[in-house]
Design a protein around this ligand. Structure first.
Ligand code: FPP
Ligand code: MG
Length: 331
């Protein structure tokens, strides 16, 4: 668990206060006159866990806004866009749980599990619609366009992933392209928009965008590793879904690619049988878990190299700590 206060308490406290404001904006935006709608919105409050995306919007603003890191670089627009990014993220999770037929998220029952697919699809639509409604209040069409690009891109990522379901020949570049679109595109936008709203120039915005993309790729590689080797009680969501749904992730792709004909046959049999425990052991023995972890490490290093464009200071240090936390997390 990342403890920002151990690195810089005043900045961590500032971020915590800003995130409370973001939460208020988020809840105000979703509030409906209908209790049927509010009941669902209250349920998904527990999905707001790490608040990684809003934190990246705010922290990118602080870090790119120069010293002093006292919050003066942050505006109401930062808070609104931070809430928008979290809302987009939640919409994707609610829809993703329908696609994955997942029953548990953040240690609670999923919307689809409790209320069925129809309600989950509509709630995801309500969230995405509200995200763009709130975004429009910021009054900058370039931001609407940028986030519209992101939602197009993440849908493309999901569609490509569906296309490659049970594709035992899926290669690493295609896997990386899918996760760049479905996960990293939003994280890249969070970093770029936070910097842009703090008045940073395009070079800084571009560098933070690249950093966010690298971070997002590392995040998804770690997420996929947890799906294979994590413990459900610790991770807090349904695991083993990637295999069940025919989604090949980096460790499995490495194992199948590196194996000789006989060993490939053995791994394929484990996948076809859906034998998660034996497959996990096989991947560990083949060095495929370590291979995926090392790839995630390289993407975090790539992100940190991009942070070098930021003025040295606590803002940059916290960004680096956030990057590290993406691969050290166990949930
Ligand atoms: C998590 O994957 C899923 C995503 C990061 C993106 C999901 C996107 C969609 C379903 C498209 C929805 C589009 C809109 C506009 C609402 P995962 O299953 O690997 O992660 P998990 O382990 O958290 O379930
Ligand atoms: Mg899922």
């Amino acid at each position: 668990m990342l403890d920002l206060a151990a690195i810089d308490r005043p900045l961590a406290d500032l971020l915590a206060r800003e995130l409370e404001e973001v939460t208020i904006i988020f809840e105000r935006q979703l509030a409906s006159e209908l209790s049927a709608v509010n009941g669902l919105c209250v349920h998904i409050e527990k999905y707001r866990g790490k608040m990684l995306r809003p934190t990246l919007v705010l922290l990118s603003g602080l870090a790119a806004g120069g010293d002093p890191c006292d919050g003066s670089a942050l505006t109401g627009q930062h808070r609104a866009i931070a809430a928008v990014c979290e809302m987009i993220h939640m919409a994707t999770l609610v829809h993703d749980d329908v696609l994955d037929e997942a029953e548990v998220r953040r240690r609670g029952a999923t919307v689809n599990h409790l209320w069925g697919n129809e309600s989950a699809v509509m709630l995801g639509d309500y969230l995405i619609s509200n995200a763009f409604h709130l975004c429009s209040t910021v009054g900058d069409p370039a931001i609407n366009l940028a986030l519209g690009d992101v939602t197009n891109t993440l849908c493309e990522g999901e569609l490509a992933q569906l296309h490659h379901r049970m594709d035992l020949g899926l290669d690493e570049p295609t896997y990386l392209e899918i996760i760049k679109r479905k996960t990293a595109s939003l994280i890249g936008a969070c970093c770029r928009l936070g910097a842009k709203l703090a008045g940073a120039d395009d070079a800084v915005g571009d560098a933070l965008h690249r950093a966010g993309i690298a971070l997002g790729v590392a995040f998804q590689i770690q997420d996929d590793l947890l799906d294979l080797v994590g413990h459900e009680a610790e991770v807090g969501k349904t695991l083993g879904r990637d295999l069940d749904k025919g989604k090949l992730t980096l460790a499995v792709i490495h194992c199948l690619g590196a194996a000789g004909q006989d060993e490939r046959g053995a791994a394929l049999r484990l996948i076809e049988r859906g034998d998660a425990v034996a497959l996990r052991e096989h991947l560990e023995q083949r060095g495929s878990i370590a291979y995926a972890a090392a790839a995630a490490r390289r993407f975090v290093d790539e992100a940190c190299a991009e942070f070098a464009i930021l003025p040295p200071g606590t803002g940059r240090t916290l960004m680096e700590a956030m990057a590290e936390s993406v691969i050290s997390r166990r949930h």
